[in-house]
Design a protein around this ligand. Structure first.
Ligand SMILES: Nc1nc2c(ncn2[C@@H]2O[C@H](COP(=O)(O)OP(=O)(O)OP(=O)(O)O)[C@@H](O)[C@H]2O)c(=O)[nH]1
Ligand SMILES: [Mg+2]
Length: 200
């Protein structure tokens, strides 16, 4: 899928602020610092479309972007960062839950997991919540550049066992090297119903 144009729409902290349109939407979920914003930048071929950071908790709202004027992208706030101020942290989960329960144009959820980490209750709860709403999810493994090829294969085996899903359902990526870009854009194209080839 060709990235012709992408622009930031708005940041939202509540359901009432979400943009109202029926463009197919793709959301990126995952713990703080897992690499959601970096992955979006990598996919869109933009260095700083979305703010990223070495300190966790950079994205505190849901940020919406419009791709090629027809596809909506949602960058979700990271969950599970204990050192954020309590008043900000406690707003995250209801916002994420509200989003999943009410966002009718959500076509596919990307759930990001750092390839070096074992999925925890946050990831398992999210998979359950998405399944309840019958929203398909793609488990996306981030920061694969940090491991060797054989270490990656070993971690993928482990994570697939932990989540009880096949290894083919895991999408390894790296925002540093661009690995996995083609596959993730292929999924977006497929679920958005865009005709044509995957290649950029
Ligand atoms: N080596 C490597 N580092 C990465 C990769 N993706 C993200 N990072 C780094 O991880 C840190 C966090 O990345 P972000 O993209 O801000 O993470 P996030 O999930 O959006 O974080 P929050 O907004 O806090 O929820 C940054 O220092 C990135 O440079 C990757 O694929 N490889
Ligand atoms: Mg972020």
């Amino acid at each position: 899928m060709k990235i012709k144009e992408v622009h930031f729409l708005k940041s939202c902290t509540a359901l009432s602020q979400f943009p109202r349109y029926s463009w197919p939407e793709f959301a990126f979920f995952g713990r703080s610092n897992v690499g959601k914003s970096s992955l979006i930048n990598m996919l869109m071929n933009k260095k700083d479309l979305v703010k990223t950071g070495s300190r966790p908790g950079v994205t505190k709202m849901i940020n919406f972007f419009l791709l090629n004027e027809t596809i909506s992208i949602a960058d979700m706030p990271g969950f599970g960062y204990a050192r954020l101020p309590h008043n900000i942290r406690k707003d995250f989960l209801p916002l994420i839950k509200n989003y999943i329960e009410k966002r009718d144009n959500l076509r596919l959820a990307f759930l990001l997991i750092d390839i070096r980490r074992t999925p925890g209750s946050f990831e398992i709860d999210l998979v359950d919540l998405l399944a309840k709403r019958q929203i398909p999810s793609a488990i996306t493994l981030t920061k694969c550049d940090k491991l060797s090829r054989s270490q990656c294969a070993q971690r993928m085996r482990h994570i697939s066992e932990e989540l009880g899903i096949s290894r083919e359902s895991l999408f390894p990526t790296s925002s540093k090297t661009g690995a996995g870009r083609r596959e993730i854009l292929g999924l977006i194209r497929e679920y958005a119903g865009v005709p044509g080839r995957t290649a950029d």
